[in-house]
Design a protein around this ligand. Structure first.
Ligand code: NAP
Length: 286
């Protein structure tokens, strides 16, 4: 028997970001900006939930009045087990967006499209003729980035990580186009790279700087940093000084939010200069 089409979801309700800690999250700023901008009768809140309470919290998501949620550190991997993940979330091994659909809690990973959409907006044609990309880091963010790059027909992705075994595990997950490397291989790999992406936490406020030499990169290479606090990292400053195209992490944060908002409130929001300025102002001093 064919299933009747689901009724359109209403343009109201509440959503939240679940993390531990969660005070630092800029998601409320982004989603509440869109809620006001589009005149929705909705709300987006922070929920500080420790790991041992995550499963119970999710089980009560609907009873708490939520139509869905973002999930941030340290729950992104655990989210796969408490919801029905799509193929992308399964391959990446982490979910950051949950939504209720016909009584089923679904999960996806919007970091993938956030990363790709931001590159497209900030460095148009970044993937034209792109043969080789270097990804620094092998954590959850790196897996989302690699998934996105493979979706754009990049020929080779070279994953460089402090802990080689994690780079190898990432490469094994994605197959032959992705190869693991050590930090000592970086100069050689950069010479052939059209894109360099930092997915490590190096350069974040409170963390050591990412100290690498960009000199070997070709003159038309794009350098992207996932770090957005601070917004102007030493890596991006160096890339700009060398005349390379530099893409910051804030754009990815804004673009990854679109998919959740659309699923919860049945409206696809726009990433605008106004929204970016609002979050940029909030990041000053980080
Ligand atoms: P994660 O799973 O903890 O991975 C952290 C990565 O950083 C690992 O590869 C780790 O290497 C590396 N690293 C940490 N300290 C290092 C050091 N001192 N030297 C060399 N490498 C080091 O974290 P994640 O979830 O992937 O997030 C990584 C970064 O991406 C964070 O800064 C996060 O804020 C950012 N991010 C941004 C967005 C956005 O929207 N812009 C979205 C997601 C994540 P080892 O494996 O050797 O430990």
């Amino acid at each position: 028997m064919t299933k009747p089409p689901s009724p359109p979801r209403p343009r109201w309700g509440a959503a939240c970001v679940i993390g531990w800690p969660v005070a630092h999250s800029r998601s409320p700023l982004i989603h509440n900006y869109w809620i006001t901008r589009y005149g929705l009768d909705a709300e987006y809140r922070r929920e500080a939930v420790p790991p041992d309470q995550f499963k119970d919290f999710i089980a009560q998501l609907s009873d708490r009045g939520y139509v869905g949620a973002n999930v941030t550190v340290p729950h992104k991997e655990a989210a796969l087990a408490v919801a029905a993940p799509d193929e992308r979330a399964k391959v990446v091994g982490a979910a950051n967006t949950l939504w209720l659909e016909g009584g089923v809690l679904r999960a996806t990973n919007t970091d993938v499209e956030g990363f790709i959409a931001n590159l497209g907006a900030a460095a148009p044609a970044w993937d034209r003729g792109l043969r080789s990309a270097v990804v620094l880091g092998a954590g959850g963010a790196a897996r989302a980035v690699v998934f996105g790059l493979l979706g754009r027909a990049v020929e080779r992705v070279h994953v460089v990580n402090r802990t080689f075994e994690r780079a190898k595990a990432l490469a094994d997950r994605f197959g032959g186009q992705v190869k693991p490397f050590r930090w000592s291989d970086l100069d050689r790999l950069l010479a052939d790279a059209g894109l360099l992406v930092n997915t490590t936490s190096l350069g974040m406020s409170g963390q050591p700087e990412l100290a690498i030499d960009l000199a070997p990169l070709p003159a038309d290479a794009v350098v992207a940093d996932l770090v957005y606090a601070p917004l102007k990292t030493a890596l991006l400053a160096d890339a700009r000084r060398r005349g390379l195209r530099a893409v910051d992490g804030l754009g990815m944060l804004l673009h990854q939010a679109v998919g959740g908002f659309e699923r919860w409130f049945n409206l696809r929001p726009q990433v605008t200069e106004d929204l970016r300025a609002l979050v940029e102002a909030d990041l000053i001093g980080t």
